[in-house]
Every structure is written in structure tokens, then in C-alpha cells.
Design a protein around this ligand. Structure first.
Ligand SMILES: [Mg+2]
Length: 362
């Protein structure tokens, strides 16, 4: 068996056993206690778990993270990437999809494919990151109800999450009407700025990001260039979907909603096409978002507006509201819907549909 943790293609370990040495039962015994949180009706241990569906139905979503496609074990710059961050992102992006329907997450199942040489400590870090995201993002009803471990040539993590609509109608992408306000909740371009920093030679303050939740999200950050840059790196490594905002937007009468996983330039046209409207974005609103990315833009000589318009993985919410409605707290209006067939315009000009596409050669 190959030794783990020796090269850019190998996950970092702490010198402890590998997955292959410990075996499935041994690895499960190490990680299940780390994932314990809210109880399912029947949790891990039987052939299937049981999850309540008090609403008579549940929202369900699934997503896969694949090594070297969706995450790296080490960034191009040499900055380390941790199992904790991969686990956090696996939870966050699925919780975000449930949030985007206006639902509250109730359960998660995880399927991990691992090379036998993977250090068990990497898997423990993954479990810790997953549990920290569920807890830290406020998904207090979400039970980790079960999962699967398998062997493969590269690390792959598939997560499915269920959600409870609590009696509300789901908010679809297709309900926006001409005249609706277009609003966002969450950061725009922060994760893309963080990615650019991780792939650059810019020195970040300290070799490792802390595993705790001690760096606050949002604008009230400690001043200083390093803190500002690290906060953007954190937006990439530990995205923070606003999990209370989806149900609040649904209750406030959002006409259409989706999460921003692939960037405004790709996600807005998806909603616009589904609804049969054009969306006109306000350049001034986007420039306000771009100004918050100034420390990274200055460090890298980049245009922050590019990150705001095309950057993915922020996992904020894009929602439309009747023009006469009050936009809920935390949402900022960035544009409006007009009659059309799915075109995104910025300052009157069509925006080329650019953003993250899984099948696009980069
Ligand atoms: Mg989504």
C-alpha cells in the first residue's frame, strides 16, 4: 500500500493510520460520533434511516465534490487545503440548495469514495468540517442520517440533503414577473476573490486557516490587509449560505428564487429563462459589492467587478419580489425584471453568459 500524504496528489495526514489499514468499520467508528447532531427518527446503523416529513413531502437535493475537479488537496500556490474545508463545503452547498427552495434542512446522507491510502485523519477532518458547517450555519434540525464508504482511485464526496417546507409553497425559479425587484442576500464575488488569492503567490497571514469559527463573516471584520484577504479566502474555503434567509424570503412572498452557486452571469439567466423575463442589473449596486473586494483586487491587480459578475461558490440567494413588496432584511436590491426571454443586462447592455460550467474545458 502506498504511503499517504507525500505529494500534491495525496491528502495530508497526521501520521496516523490510513483508511485501508483501519477498514470500513474502523473508519465509521471514528467519524460517526463526529457527525452526531440533531437526531433522525432512525439514524445510522440499519439498512436505511428514517426521516420525518411533517409537511407531507420533503425537498431533496444531491451534489458531488470530486478531487481535482471541485476541490484540491493543495492549492496551486502551495497553500494547504484541508479535509475540514471539503467537508464544510459538501454540507454548505447542499444546505444552500434546500435554502433556495425556502425549506429548512432536516437530514443529510454522505457517500465517501476514498483511496485506501487516504489518512484516516483526513476523513476525520472532513467529518469535523461537515458537522461544523451544519452547526455553524444554523442547520439545527439537520440530522446526519447515514452514509456510505467505498474505495476508489480519487476522493469523491456525494451529499444529499432533505428539507421541510413547513407548510409553505416552494419558491421556484420560474415565478418572476416583469416589474419584480431582483435582490440578493449574501456576498457577491467573495469566493472568487478568495480562489484567486489561493492560486496566487500572495502571502496570507499564517500557513493554515483555523478550523474553528473564530473569523467572523460579513463586513465587521478586524481591519488590516491580512485580515481582509484571509476573510476572502475563508469565503472560498468555508462558504456561508444564509440559511435563515430562504424560508424568510418564501414567507415574504418571493416570486422566484435560487442560490448563487455558479455566479450572477450564469445563474441570473437561468432564473430569467425559467420565468420568461429579462433581468436588468444596476451597475451601481454591483460596484458597491466590488468595493468590498478591493483589498484582493489591489493585491492581485485584478478587476473586482469581474469577480462580482462571474464569480461562483458564494452560495447567497437570488430572489425576486413584487415591486410593491418590502424586501426582507438581509436582501439588497440589485436590479429588476422586465419583459423578455431570459437575457441578463447590465447598464442596458447584454452580459455574456460567463461563469462556472462543470463540463467546460478550463
Ligand atoms: Mg443551486
Amino acid at each position: 500500500m502506498a504511503e499517504a500524504g507525500r505529494g500534491p496528489g495525496s491528502p495530508r495526514g497526521n501520521g496516523g493510520p490510513t483508511v485501508g489499514a483501519l477498514g470500513e468499520a474502523g473508519v465509521l467508528a471514528r467519524i460517526l460520533p463526529r457527525l452526531a447532531g440533531a437526531p433522525a427518527l432512525l439514524g445510522p446503523g440499519d439498512d436505511a434511516a428514517l426521516v420525518a416529513a411533517p409537511d407531507g413531502c420533503f425537498a431533496i437535493t444531491v451534489d458531488t465534490l470530486v478531487q481535482d475537479q471541485d476541490f484540491r488537496l493543495e492549492w496551486a500556490s502551495g497553500h494547504p487545503a484541508s479535509g475540514f474545508d471539503v467537508g464544510w463545503k459538501a454540507a454548505a452547498q447542499n444546505l444552500s440548495d434546500v435554502n433556495a427552495m425556502g425549506a429548512v434542512a432536516t437530514s443529510a446522507v454522505i457517500s465517501l469514495t476514498l483511496p485506501a491510502a487516504t489518512p484516516v485523519s483526513w476523513v476525520e477532518d472532513f467529518a469535523d468540517g461537515f458537522a461544523a458547517a451544519v452547526r455553524g450555519l444554523g442547520a439545527h434540525r439537520c440530522a446526519v442520517a447515514g452514509g456510505d464508504l467505498g474505495r476508489g482511485r480519487e476522493i469523491s464526496a456525494t451529499t444529499a440533503v432533505t428539507g421541510d417546507l413547513e407548510g409553505r409553497a416552494p419558491v421556484l425559479r420560474s415565478g418572476a414577473r416583469p416589474g419584480d425587484a431582483v435582490a440578493v442576500c449574501g456576498r457577491l464575488g467573495a469566493a472568487a476573490a478568495g480562489l484567486a488569492l489561493l492560486e496566487s503567490s500572495v502571502a496570507l497571514d499564517g500557513p493554515d486557516l483555523p478550523d474553528g469559527l473564530d473569523l467572523p463573516d460579513g463586513p465587521d471584520l478586524p481591519v488590516g490587509p491580512d485580515a481582509a484577504l484571509r476573510e476572502l479566502v475563508r469565503a472560498q474555503c468555508r462558504p456561508h449560505p444564509p440559511l435563515d434567509a430562504g424560508p424568510r424570503a418564501a414567507a415574504a412572498g418571493a416570486t422566484a428564487m435560487m442560490d448563487l452557486s455558479d455566479g450572477l452571469a450564469r445563474d441570473v439567466p437561468r432564473l430569467a429563462r425559467a420565468s420568461g423575463v429579462d433581468v436588468e442589473l444596476d451597475p451601481a449596486a454591483l460596484e458597491t459589492a466590488a468595493r468590498r473586494l478591493a483589498p484582493a483586487a489591489e493585491a492581485l491587480g485584478a478587476d473586482p467587478l469581474e469577480w462580482v459578475v462571474t464569480g461562483g461558490e458564494d452560495f447567497g440567494l437570488l430572489a425576486c419580489f413584487d415591486a410593491a413588496a418590502t424586501v426582507p432584511d438581509g436582501f439588497a436590491v440589485i436590479g429588476s425584471c422586465v419583459a423578455g426571454t431570459g437575457t441578463l443586462r447590465l447598464g442596458g447592455r447584454p452580459v455574456l453568459e460567463a461563469g462556472w460550467d462543470h463540463f467546460e474545458e478550463s
